[in-house]
Design a protein around this ligand. Structure first.
Ligand code: ADP
Length: 676
């Protein structure tokens, strides 16, 4: 019920407006959201298209790159004679540190650049010394244990022209010395043997055998410093790929020698490649070799595939026949190098590439983070041995325009929302004011009617009495006449007041200003008012204003102001009237006048009901009437104080109120004095 009452016109307009606004704003928000969504989808599509194009280009570039490599390999695989090592070395010089070029033949495997392969799948068949050449010496050594004669025999063989016989002779001579306990002599022989370099002794290069033997002899001799030095140099040379040995030979020697080598050297042999990478590369070569030997998958068409050695990826490319083939083992560094080449030769601006193996395991990724949008070219699609992935290099840059548009749209929507809210506020305020004005006006009409009714009623009754001649006593009649006269006076004042208010509202209230003595003016009003209210027991106490020696001055103190006599009197009358009206219990009202600077200050004080602090400003507004039981009991129209303010201000003065509910009110009027 209360809601219904509140919703009466014109408030329903506010609710309607609010509803429409809400619906509008929701529609606007929804539309904006949809628009942004579509915009984003469009932008994604555009990005997708761009990435597709870049992926195709990158795949094509990779294909070309591999084709060029295979071309070179194919040429190398058919090159013969002394040209091959030169051509191969030239080609291999372009490779990065973790890549190797290999030439595969029935004789074994050649790798380029030299020294990068620390061990190999096979070694070439070695020349053997003529059978039985050492038989006599060994019989003396092992069966007869005649080391002297055996040594002599082996020394003579170590002078042979055949390097394999020489190497075999030296090796045995040193062995005989060791057995005879001549360790220093054995060391010297090993030094000679080492000089024979790659000459094979029992499948291994003479130098390796000799240097390893020296290490063991030095260990027996406990020559620690020399042992350390020689072991380290041997270890480094093993990792520098100095000898053509197989995995077991490499493992055996590195493990044995590694025991005498400092741990820092074990982990980094001092080569450009780390131990780990060198081993991985050798293992990858082993895989390529196995592939070739087993004819996987078809030697004529070549083969290319990604293999993993532990965590290290290698791309194996092989081309040629089962008799002779060429291959490349490319580690991550080499792949990275090719990827950079692909990026440089393609217009791949703003995109980042990544490569993975056929199963999708990442090999190299240039993505800055996990990209939302990426395009993949699987190995099956491109014929490449790897999966290619393309993503935007910077999503922020791609979506920068989108973000800008979104910002603008949000700004626009916020402005619209703000405008709507402002207009909603304005409408609500307007309607509320309208309602308030309507209420005030109807209150005013009721109040005015009420004001009129009382004097009219009493006048009508008295005139009726008089007219019918029912009042016998002259005294009584005289009293009735005076009441009628007072009531008509009151009506007159009421009508004048209303007319003045009307003129004031219309801006047509005129003031006839003249020099007036303020004390006399106040006294006149007070006298007249005292007569009016005296009967009801009220007393008006006037202080100051040259009241013949009393209060604040004597006859000499006269103050002149420029004022409209009638208007100012009406204003003071209104103040006194209010003081009496709103002071039902205390029947005394005070009016003081004191000069202050260039002004005369007139205060009207009462000890009445007072005014609530929140109402003290509003009492000067037209039609405003105070609330509360005590005030409601008093008749009034709510225009008195607005008239007072208007009149006082027209005189260049001001009016203020100080009040405390229950303790009374003081209305202060300040008017400028006529100077001089
Ligand atoms: P009215 O007296 O006809 O209601 P006014 O404009 O003279 O209209 O006064 C406005 C309101 O100010 C009053 O309704 C009353 O609430 C308050 N008011 C004015 N004078 C006094 C006073 N002396 N003491 C208490 N309240 C007052």
């Amino acid at each position: 019920m209360q809601i219904n009452a509140w919703l009466r016109p014109p408030r329903h307009l506010v609710v309607l407006f609010l509803g429409i606004t809400l619906v509008l704003m929701m529609a606007l928000g929804w539309l904006g959201g949809r628009l942004l969504q579509q915009d984003r989808a469009l932008e994604r599509q555009r990005l997708q298209d761009r990435l597709e194009l870049a992926a195709d280009r990158a795949a094509a570039a990779f294909t070309r790159r591999l084709a060029a490599i295979e071309d070179s390999l194919s040429r190398l695989s058919t090159t013969v004679g002394s040209e091959l090592p030169k051509a191969a070395a030239r080609y291999a010089s372009q490779l990065t540190g973790d890549a190797l070029l290999v030439i595969l033949t029935a004789d074994g495997l050649e790798s380029f650049p030299k020294g990068r392969l620390i061990y190999r799948p096979v070694t070439s068949p070695t020349e053997e010394p003529p059978a039985g050449v050492f038989a006599r010496g060994e019989a003396l050594e092992f069966r007869e244990r005649d080391y002297q004669r055996a040594g002599r025999l082996f020394r003579s063989l170590s002078q042979s022209d055949d390097p394999t016989v020489r190497a075999g002779g030296l090796l045995r001579l040193a062995r005989v010395y060791r057995k005879a306990g001549r360790l220093d002599a054995a060391l010297a022989v090993y030094t000679d043997l080492a000089e024979l370099g790659d000459t094979p002794v029992g499948e291994l290069p003479a130098e390796l055998v000799a240097r390893f033997a020296r290490v063991t002899v030095l260990q027996e001799l406990s020559r620690v410093d020399e042992l350390q030095l020689e072991a380290e140099s041997l270890y480094a040379d093993l990792y520098a790929g100095r000898w053509r040995i197989t995995r077991p030979g490499f493992r055996f020697h590195t493990e044995e020698v590694g025991r005498y080598v400092g741990s820092d050297i074990v982990h980094d042999s001092g080569n450009s490649m780390s131990v780990h990478n060198a081993v991985a590369l050798a293992e990858a070569v082993d895989l390529l070799w196995t592939d070739w030997r087993s004819g996987q998958p078809d030697n004529r068409n070549g083969d290319r595939r990604i293999v993993w050695v532990g965590d290290d990826p290698f791309l194996l490319i092989r081309i040629g026949s089962s008799h002779s083939a060429a291959g490349i083992i490319a580690g991550a560094g080499q792949l990275d190098n090719w990827l950079t080449h692909v990026e440089l030769t393609q217009a791949t601006d703003g995109v980042a590439l990544a490569i993975a193996d056929v199963r999708g395991k990442t090999i190299i990724s240039r993505f800055s983070d996990r990209p939302e949008v990426r395009v993949t070219r699987a190995a099956a699609e491109t014929g490449l041995p790897l999966t290619l992935q393309v993503a935007s290099a910077s999503l922020d840059a791609d979506f920068a325009q989108l973000a800008e548009r979104r910002r603008l749209m949000l700004l626009g929507m916020s402005i619209v929302a703000l405008l709507v809210l402002v207009s909603l506020y304005a409408v609500t305020r307007g309607v509320t004011r309208e309602l308030e004005a309507a209420r005030l006006k109807s209150d005013f009409v009721a109040a005015v009617s009420h004001e009129f009714r009382t004097p009219l009623t009493s006048m009508r009754q008295l005139t009726e009495l008089l007219a019918t001649g029912r009042v016998a006593s002259d005294e009584r009649r005289a009293h009735y006449y005076s009441v009628i006269s007072r009531e008509s006076e009151r009506l007159h004042r009421l009508v004048e007041g209303l007319l003045d208010f009307g003129r004031m509202e219309a801006g047509a209230l005129e003031f006839h200003l003249e020099d007036l003595e303020v004390g006399a003016l106040v006294r006149d009003v007070v006298d007249e008012f005292q007569q009016e209210v005296g009967e009801r027991g009220y007393e008006i106490v006037l202080n100051g204003g040259g009241e013949g020696g009393g209060g604040g001055g004597d006859g000499a103190d006269t103050y002149t102001i420029r004022a409209d006599d009638e208007a100012l009197k009406r204003a003071l009358w209104n103040l006194l009237d209010n003081a009496v009206k709103y002071s039902p219990d205390c029947k005394t009202v005070w009016i003081d006048q004191t000069p202050e600077n260039d002004c005369i200050v007139i205060r009207v004080r009462d000890r009445g009901v007072g005014i609530a602090p929140g109402d003290q400003k509003a009492v000067f507004h037209k039609f405003f009437r105070g609330r509360g039981r005590q005030v409601d009991a008093v008749k009034g129209t709510g225009i008195g104080l607005s008239m007072v303010r208007h009149i006082v201000e027209a005189h260049g003065g001001e009016v203020q109120v100080e009040s405390e509910p229950g303790a009374g009110s003081t209305f202060t009027v300040r008017l400028p004095l006529v100077s001089g």
